[in-house]
Design a binder for this molecule. Sequence first.
Ligand code: SF4
Length: 78
Amino acid sequence: MAGTFIDVEVADDIKGDADIAKKLEDACPVDIYAARDGHVEVVDENLDECVLCELCIAAAPPGKLRVLKLYDGTALER
Ligand code: SF4
């Protein structure tokens, strides 16, 4: 389930990539991603803690991850 202010979209084709899962877990300062059994897991209860640092976007391949700002309808992506 999305947060009130923030949601993240991780492309299906990278969700099962263990290296990316670990990179995302390490990158996010507020623990929105967890590497569970080699899969990317989004930790829903932490979504609204997002500080819009874009470190997760830098850690994922281009076009594979978006941070959705539900409060203004825009998104961070590359
Ligand atoms: S933008 Fe920063 S705080 Fe937000 S989900 Fe990505 S890494 Fe975490």
